[in-house]
Design a protein around this ligand. Sequence first.
Ligand code: NCD
Ligand code: ZN
Length: 345
Amino acid sequence: MQQITLTQPDDWHLHVRTGDMLKTVINHTAKQFARAIIMPNLQPPVSNVAQALSYQQEIQQATSSAYAFTPLMVLYLTNSTTIEDVKQAAESAAVQAFKLYPAGATTNSDQGVTDLQAMFPVFEAMEKHHVPLLIHGEVTDAEIDIFDRERLFIDQKLRFIHQNFPALRIVLEHVTTREAVQFVQETPANIGATITPQHLLYNRNAMLVGGIKPHYYCLPILKRESHRLALVAAATSGNPKFFLGTDSAPHLKHLKETSCGCAGCYSAYGAIELYAQAFEQANALDKLEGFASFYGADFYQLPRNTKQITLEKIDWQVPNDYAIAEGMQLTPLKAGEMLHWKLKG
Ligand code: NCD
Ligand code: ZN
């Protein structure tokens, strides 16, 4: 049988929520990944070190003791984040970064930043204290077409932030466009990007042709095929600026399958298998380990993992749903379909 062995990967962009949802999804992640960057968009958001430590403890308690897994915490930037918050984050071993959500850009972003320029003293402190800035890169103006929001964020906001804080380490999260890939390629090594499995595997037809398929709806929204191809080329290029971040974002089935469904794809159940499928389709399985296991750790200046995982070439069927609580289900990406790689053990 065909198999591949990799250094254990990390997930550099993950939503795990709280309560019953957390208890299910965290073990899907922990069985494959050694570490994950935990997104702070709870309600209320995780916006200071004390909240991050308490959320980290909740995550650790929900994780099976069978797994050695470290949740890496992130603070949510709000209009009231202070320079003192940045200093405390820099001194905390648990906190790795701040996340910038433009207000209104995505799930639970209403506490996000409304005036970027007003945040400049905070960005300056982050640059000085070597704290990375993770960015949801979409403009939010109501009149801007949803398919253009990432490209315009780069031109109108991101270039400006980078020019003003050239040494600030920035991760442009879940990139979805050719323009984002180009921006990351053209900037220095302190600008990186995560890429999700859904943006490598699908274009917007998956979501819209033959009926609206809400389980493919995430933000930034799936784009046209030429953008998907640019993302696949970037992920499989061996360029260390691009690394794995699933953006696995679980929402209960009934909240996605409704007249105004939530944004987010649930991929953590089989994340490394989904990436293996995308890399295999691109004839680039030899590039998977760098993308999944090395470049993110290098960007965050953390040690690379030393354990290994093995994937076997076996077909298996993705469950239609995962039970979260009485009458509450979570529908995974590729529900009921076949995956062609399986994590061993
Ligand atoms: C994320 C979520 O549900 O928290 N949703 C999504 O579509 N990606 C938020 C985010 O990362 O934008
Ligand atoms: Zn996300």
